[in-house]
Ligand binder design. Sequence first.
Ligand code: ADP
Ligand code: ASP
Ligand code: MG
Length: 406
Amino acid sequence: MARIVQKFGGTSVADLDRIRVVAEKVKAEVDRGNQVATVVSAMAGETDRLVGLCRGVTPLHDAREYDTVVSAGEQVTSGLLAMALQTLGVPARSWLGWQIPIATDEVHGKARITGVEATELARRLEEGEVAVVAGFQGVSPRRRIGTLGRGGSDTSAVALAAALRADRCDIYTDVDGVYTADPRIVRRARKLTKITYEEMLEMASLGAKVLQTRSVEMAMKHGVPLRVLSSFADGPGTLVVDEDEIVEQEIVSGIAYSRDEAKVTVVGVPDRPGVAASVFGPLADAGINVDMIVQNVSEDGQATDVTFTVSKAELAPTVALLEAQRGALGYRHLRPDENVVKLSVIGMGMRSHAGVAKRMFSALAENGINIQVISTSEIKISVLVAEQYLELAVRALHAAYGLDAE
Ligand code: ADP
Ligand code: ASP
Ligand code: MG
């Protein structure tokens, strides 16, 4: 007998027919003699709708009330799946974040899970009851609902699996595993049988939304065996594993992209010590996360340009902050640009192979795609390019690294 956490994403619970299919999948696991806790997302499109309602009232809404509204979608699906299971004769009970409780910090809208009290849930699993947990939500120290950021139900599932010491955490979604690139963009992407936690972490944080970044972080930290598979078709999916479980390591295992980037160039800042600190200090104080950075050396020793990226949502506050500091910074002007995307190639093999970056730059050059900013780490290289090249660039890189399916 195994203890399993199964998570079903938005498209997997998009309507009552889909919820019935999910209930059958859960029942199959129960019939095999396993203890099952499920985590559900809101119905596809529902969270977007709820976010839209909040924005419709005011763009500058209170984050605690945002959480009250956007967490509602998961309440509905948890109750519906529990009912669907009951009609199949499977004992089941729904659980909201506060009822377990799943504790979060107070960073409303992108809260972190700080603890899961799973004793009662574990007791009921032992008795053969299926737990149907609302994903994406928890409760803050001041007993307000906290949500975990978009895609957060993945993290709910992994946190629950860790707390329940589950044998497996299965993430059911609308693709049948993790691919070498988003299969919706690259038709010739290949499904990976296994991927390391480290690579999955980079893929997720660089834009592959198949798993929320924090869910991978947490699975790696707690050693939760993680699997990504389809709720629409049978199949083994992709296992996320430790490095030593991969026999043949590819140099590059995947390509990721993110549309959620915006570029700012601060033109003509004085070229003297302390300038970077004075540009980025106020942004850090405001909690704005800066991603890629380039600073040119000035030709005349007088003035230079600093270019960096932030998430699209943080572009407006970034520009406002820098404009407010214009006198102190002494730059000539600001050039914000939202029409950019970040492309990344990821692979553990990069640590020991030369020429990976060269291949990326050549493939982009051959397609006439100009690189605006570059950043690297041990197992990835990222570049910023104009948004119009997204699909062409991802496909070109996929082919250049020999990842295309036959
Ligand atoms: P869910 O609602 O089940 O959480 P998501 O939409 O959050 O599903 O994540 C699944 C989607 O992730 C897929 O439909 C796919 O388009 C996208 N995706 C991006 N990169 C990858 C990748 N490398 N492998 C698989 N899917 C990917
Ligand atoms: N429903 C939430 C979202 O759309 C959480 C999730 O699906 O993981 O972001
Ligand atoms: Mg998701």
